[in-house]
Design a protein around this ligand. Structure first.
Ligand code: FE2
Length: 285
């Protein structure tokens, strides 16, 4: 199976109003949906990369949209998923219009996360124009960023993403006997990381800016708006991202970083890292 990229995600939040101010601090364009119970975060020429849904009680990942090259690649994915015992549900025309894609199917991963496999994103040719300036985000063939998911079924989840979905392992981190696995589906070091957890949960999603200054400006916007920082500036040893972690109003974090490493499958070898950060990423004192 040939997943090309993390195309989009949906998140459930209980305080949608707080997300307008919050998403501005991230540097995204915030586009309210006409129905009033969602806002869309736009960071490039896609209509949105994160759909934020008002929920009465749920907070976290509503769905993750994984992108395929074309109809043929998606059809092949359906065949492979069903052969492996994962039922695939077709989408309705209304769903495809809502997601702004040409083709879409649904499948549930071993942790219970709702996945949307799609092809043919419908582009927005209005130029991306962050209200805060900046040089923009690193997306295109690398997808919009990454997600880090906690799962009580990490062995089954790792097998699903590697053996069936075709992700390759980038590296491991084994703090205290747990096994965190970083997975890539394109040259971005990881589009997905899986962390053992008691309940399935979204730990964070990541936006990658083009410059270090844009990370700094995002940090300043957090300070100006009083938005809490979970972990200050630091650098990861594996993806080499210089980043900070912002605490979203929905409880999960958003990582804003730059300088992410690219993986070349022709030469890459899997390693094990022994600390999460080379330096920094300290909680605020
Ligand atoms: Fe991350």
């Amino acid at each position: 199976m040939d997943v090309r990229a993390l195309g989009y995600i949906g998140v459930d939040v209980t305080d949608l109003a707080a997300w307008t101010t919050y998403a501005e601090a991230l540097g995204a364009m915030v586009i309210p949906a006409p129905d009033g119970d969602r806002v869309f975060l736009r960071i490039d020429d896609r209509p949105y990369r994160v759909a934020v849904h008002q929920s009465d009680d749920e907070q976290g990942l509503a769905f993750a949209g994984w992108e395929f090259a074309d109809q043929r690649a998606l059809d092949q994915a359906v065949v492979e998923l069903e052969a492996a015992g994962y039922p695939v549900k077709p989408s309705s025309e209304v769903e495809r219009a809502d997601r702004r894609v040409s083709g879409l199917v649904h499948v549930t991963d071993p942790s219970g996360f709702a996945l949307e496999l799609f092809w043919g994103p419908i582009l927005d040719h209005e130029p991306f124009n962050s209200p805060h300036g900046g040089s923009g985000f690193v997306t295109d063939s690398l997808g919009f960023g990454h997600i880090v998911l906690g799962t009580p079924h990490s062995a089954a989840a790792t097998e699903f993403y590697t053996e069936i979905m075709g992700f390759r392992v980038s590296d491991y981190w084994r703090p205290g006997g747990a096994e965190v696995v970083f997975l890539h589906c394109n040259p971005r070091h990881h589009s997905l990381a899986l962390v053992p957890a008691e309940v399935p949960q979204l730990y964070h999603f990541m936006f990658e800016t083009r410059t270090l200054d844009d990370v700094g400006y995002a940090l300043d916007r957090h300070h100006a708006r009083g938005i809490p920082i979970s972990m200050g500036l630091g650098r990861h040893p594996n993806d080499e991202m210089v980043s900070f972690y912002s605490r979203s109003p929905a409880g999960f974090d958003v990582e804003i970083g730059c300088g992410g490493r690219l993986v070349d499958d022709a030469t890459w070898t899997v390693t094990e890292i022994t600390k999460a950060s080379l330096w920094g990423h300290h909680p605020p004192s």
